[in-house]
Design a protein around this ligand. Sequence first.
Ligand code: UD1
Length: 429
Amino acid sequence: MDRIAITGGARLEGEIVISGAKNSAIKLMAASLLTDQPLRLTNMPRLADTRFLGQLLRRLGTDIVEQDGDDGAETILHTREIVSAFAPYELVRQMRASFNVLGPLIARTGHAKVSLPGGCTIGARPVDLHLEALRALGASIDLHEGYVYAQAPRGLVGAEIEFPFVSVGATEHVMLAAVLAKGETVLKNAAREPELGDLAECLNKMGAQVSGAGTSTIRIQGVDHLNGATHSVIPDRIETGTFALAAAMAGGEVRLTKTRSDFVDTLLDKMVEAGVEVIRHNDGMTIKRNGARLKAVEIETDPYPGFATDLQAQFMALMTLADGESVIKETIFENRFMHAPELARLGADILVSGGEARVRGVETLEGAQVMATDLRASVSLVIAALAARGETVVSRVYHLDRGFERLEEKLSACGANVRRIAGTGEPED
Ligand code: UD1
């Protein structure tokens, strides 16, 4: 397995072009199951997660062509017919969001057998809200031996669904099913993440009638069928925030382009509070930090537009060198501080208690061998390593490859000393 070696101390100077959003791309790919015509997605990130979902979609009957275009990488997905409505465990477990093929399969064929996604390192992450919502749309759902068996032979029927708490995945999943249901579906307490707006926009281009995406009430008027469309994936706000934090940690001046600063407003406000200079542009932002030590600030993760849980680990990395104590509260996932002991290996002073971490800033970090535990945690180790003395080697970087496109290349182009050490195939730890 590959590792990444980082020698800290280099300032970052230059430009980083942000890729299309992973969390949007994988939901848009699933939308291709809803039509027998081609769906062309542009500005696509090329990641392990999009590859995993591609494998599953091919098995269900989707032809996939990948090519380069004027708007970055393109993926053309064409599901003339569903050849199998069965999503096996070995394909669903590779990437949790693959579970979201269930709704489109029921909507298009009236039945499906999809593996439950199983546990996940950052928390239990059940799918009860997804299943309750699909039941509300008229699907009969049984669970046996790790599989969901769903039936709706006469089609799905619109319903009013109020989520007990905000779930990005459940909101998207119901949207993907309800666009082909009979009548109107109203989703209350819906997630407001930008990826929801992107999915709604793409579905509307395909002929769906979705309104209110981006607010907590979404209305979906079901239609009989959907057409093909061309859609450009929105910029990845988590990649944007991650590189903003990397630049702040290493110091220097980095311009992030082909992205949107409004997607990461909450983060940028916190960075400014900590002493980072942020200049917003039409196509992104410039992040500057020259010398002075940052101040510790507090954050609490929340659904969008609150502070993104997917940026919590990276922000914690920045706070390890700040002046004072930073309190970091995690409210979305119950087990999302696994990066804390790894950051401590670099010399960070972090005390975790329940859903709260107290980070007391230290003067210096020192390079060490560390292990990636999940996607966002692994990149927090890279960020910390950029400012650590000496070399840090991060193992288990397959976590990183799931969600960050050409990370080493993008950082090295700005002067970071980062290289990938190709694995031997032997277990590394
Ligand atoms: C999505 C993102 C992930 C991000 C998360 C929160 C994708 C592919 N992933 O994950 O990167 O960290 O949003 O912003 O887009 N829950 C239940 N029952 C359910 C569904 C969720 O209890 O049926 C709980 C989860 O365990 C979690 C919370 O609700 O504690 C929020 O999860 P959710 O918003 O659904 O996250 P995902 O869609 O899985």
